[in-house]
Design a protein around this ligand. Structure first.
Ligand code: NAD
Ligand code: ZN
Length: 350
């Protein structure tokens, strides 16, 4: 779990104070900031001291192991080590920050650690400051990376942040579509967790709260306002806590295939899949569609049109490789239910 959590509008202003005890002599703090904020006022509020460094993270594509290795090596070459890595941005930037922190203290490539409990040493101090709400990356014990052979997280006890600063003010300018897609990531986490076979009271308690918040934000509220930003940030946190002790399910397993082959981003990919899986989540999908309609969002269609057999096979392989997700969704006999043919038919519908 994350060691320390600060929540509140304007809490970003406490960052200098929060990280001060973690500054090691002569070693810089590195602020990994989503490139959206380059030239924006937030950058002037980053509490730089001495040889601290800001690196703008290019999140045009979701994080890759190559990108993580390059950043970690750049920092090791320049400074030897660093006091800490502070990620400021959406889920992509937070995952990058977590992974770079780990790779400063672990040998080899981040691709070597894609999997469960492979990371050998704790990373340097790391803090996460989300500027989009929904992924739960701020609380999770993984960092999702696309590597040479797979898209898979570095799941480990060393992966969670030491500190998170949840300041809903930072999400105020998110574009409406992006905010919805990332918000739906949270909603889908709730549905997949609450209907999954891995469910337990810990996950259920958090999942139910996150679901209640999502329903209020995306169905009841007439107009987006500060309250929505406040509540979605807590929904993201609670949704992340819910899946931390359970698992995600069908939408994520299928979406991973899209993302690996086509580079479809996580939030939108999940929405594209969620639109077509009423067989597995009848109530969740019906409610999702109401949310899409109420918020006037377009979900892309036909993204798998014209793909070759080989490409479908690649997606199917990636997706079926996510065994815990399928087991959570469909039970221990999931392989009898989700055959390659069935999954191919589902991909063809997307
Ligand atoms: P993102 O981080 O990929 O950002 C999406 C876009 O929004 C980018 O263009 C970014 O520059 C922009 N953006 C971010 N904050 C903004 C703001 N306040 N105003 C305007 N624009 C802003 O999007 P995301 O949906 O938050 O994250 C998706 C990523 O999170 C994927 O890489 C996915 O794999 C990962 N993820 C990780 C976990 C985990 O547990 N580690 C869970 C779910 C998803
Ligand atoms: Zn997700």
């Amino acid at each position: 779990m994350v060691d320390y959590v600060v929540y509140g509008r304007g809490s970003f202003n406490q960052l200098d104070e929060i990280i001060a005890p973690h500054r090691a002599d002569g070693k810089p703090m590195v602020f990994l900031v989503d490139h959206f904020f380059e030239g924006k006022p937030l950058v002037n509020r980053v509490p730089l001291r001495d040889n601290d460094k800001i690196i703008f993270a290019d999140v045009t594509y979701e994080p890759k192991t190559k990108q993580v290795d390059a950043l970690a090596n750049q920092l090791k070459d320049e400074f030897g080590s660093v006091s800490g890595v502070i990620g400021i941005g959406g889920g992509s930037t937070m995952d990058l920050a977590k992974a770079v922190s780990l790779m400063i203290n672990n040998p080899g490539s981040s691709a070597d650690y894609q999997g469960w409990d492979l990371v050998k040493f704790p990373g340097v101090y790391k803090a996460g400051i989300p500027t989009l709400s929904g992924t739960g990356a701020e609380v999770s014990r993984t960092t999702v990376l696309t590597g040479p052979t797979r898209k898979l997280g570095m799941n480990s006890d060393f992966t969670p942040f030491n500190q998170i600063v949840l300041d809903p003010e930072l999400t105020a300018n998110a574009p409406v579509n992006q905010r919805f897609y990332t918000g739906m990531d949270c909603y889908i986490h709730c549905i997949e967790s609450l209907t999954g076979t891995y469910l337990n009271e810990f996950s259920k308690s958090y999942g139910e709260k996150a679901l209640e918040l999502c329903r209020y934000i995306f169905l009841e509220k007439e107009q987006w306002d500060e309250e929505c930003d406040d509540k979605l940030m807590m929904a993201s946190y609670a949704g992340g806590m819910s899946i931390a002790y359970s698992q995600v399910g069908v939408a994520h397993a299928v979406s991973y295939g899209l993302s690996y082959l086509l580079g479809t981003k996580h939030g939108i990919g999940n929405c594209i899949v969620m639109n077509h899986i009423e067989e597995y989540y009848p109530e969740g999908v019906a409610e999702f569609k109401r949310m899409v309609e109420k918020n006037g969002i377009d979900i892309p269609q036909g993204i798998c049109k014209g793909l070759t057999d080989e490409q479908f096979d690649t997606m199917i392989n990636v997706s079926l490789g996510m065994k815990p997700l399928w087991e959570n969704a469909l039970g221990v006999d999931w392989e009898k239910i989700m055959t390659r043919e069935k999954l191919r038919a589902l991909y063809e519908k997307l």
